[in-house]
Design a protein around this ligand. Structure first.
Ligand code: NAP
Length: 282
């Protein structure tokens, strides 16, 4: 039976390190969060605010009504935060309401304040393995993988899901570690090839958003399995991988909840500190 990767413990160790970094500053970094009035967004915002406060990072949060908000409302808010020297990091929750274009919003955020690592400039730097502000979820995935201590070079890595905020950046970061990386998506599944890709994965990252989508029986023995998915089924949070059976086959597996989630929140804080430094904060 595989080892369950403890995201909460990894996040707690990061918290200690980041708190020491913030205490050493003369000024406090400030994070601005734009969220929407959906249960998932409010829950994530509460977690972010709590972690920021625990670290001594100041926080400003604004909740917009998903049904009423216009693209102009969001754009005006971001421009105001871009221009405010007291704000060092900006995080806009996703998924955004359908009337808001997430690509446009990502490109409006000042790249030095983009703590989600989604501005095209930050994405381009990631392409050249030179990102200073990386995609927070992708960084969290890598943190969990690296916590295993397994040497990644030459391994077969498979990522299921190719979204701009998770699947693609994870693929790039795995490539930086010299894994042989395959990125699967809906067409892989439609073509009937998903199972064969998953079955050969020595490192498997799943970010689809469908409960227990990957059967445990597909997991390659001794694989590292990172489940990014967050799904609510009958009031219970579950991932994209069938956990119990996958755990029997894997060497390491991240649980949902308690895996990628807590580490992602801490990566937002790490990015806020990096953004503060990039803006000359001391
Ligand atoms: P997303 O933007 O909806 O992307 C989902 C991806 O899954 C897309 O690339 C999609 O491909 C792919 N997909 C859909 N159906 C598929 C199928 N049948 N076979 C293979 N691939 C398929 O979602 P996301 O933002 O990446 O998030 C994914 C999951 O991670 C969600 O559950 C989300 O809540 C969770 N999440 C967790 C954290 C965390 O910190 N733990 C952070 C972010 C997201 P196509 O585009 O080709 O349809």
């Amino acid at each position: 039976m595989g080892t369950v990767l403890d995201g909460k413990a990894i996040a707690a160790a990061q918290e200690q390190r980041l708190r020491a970094a913030v205490e050493a500053f003369q000024q406090r970094p400030q994070l601005a969060i734009l969220s929407f009035n959906t249960p998932a967004s409010r829950l994530f915002e509460l977690m972010q605010v709590a972690r920021a406060r625990a670290l001594g990072i100041r926080c400003r949060n604004e909740v917009l009504d998903s049904a009423q908000v216009t693209p102009d409302d969001v754009e005006r808010k971001i421009q105001a935060w871009n221009a405010d020297p007291a704000i060092h990091g900006i995080f806009v929750h996703q998924p955004m309401p359908p009337q808001i274009d997430p690509q446009r919003i990502s490109s409006l955020i000042d790249p030095r304040k983009d703590v989600e690592g989604i501005h095209p400039q930050n994405s381009a730097r990631r392409f050249f393995a030179k990102a200073r502000i990386g995609s927070c979820t992708a960084l969290a995935v890598m943190e969990l993988i690296e916590s295993t201590g397994v040497r990644l070079e030459g391994k077969e890595a498979v990522v299921v899901g190719h979204s701009e905020i998770v699947g693609r950046p994870v693929g790039m970061l795995l490539l930086d570690k010299q894994t042989t990386t395959t990125i699967c998506h809906v067409a892989t599944d439609r073509a009937g090839h998903l199972e064969s890709h998953v079955r050969r994965a020595e490192v498997l990252v799943v970010a689809v958003g469908r409960p227990r989508f990957i059967p445990g029986a597909w997991i390659r023995p001794e694989a590292i399995v990172i489940d990014v998915g967050i799904n609510v089924v009958e009031g219970k949070v579950v991932g994209d991988v069938e956990f119990e059976t996958a755990r029997d086959r894997a060497a390491y597996i991240s649980p949902v909840p308690g895996g990628v989630g807590p580490v992602t929140v801490m990566m937002v804080m790490q990015n806020t500190i990096e953004a503060f430094r990039l803006q000359g904060g001391r």
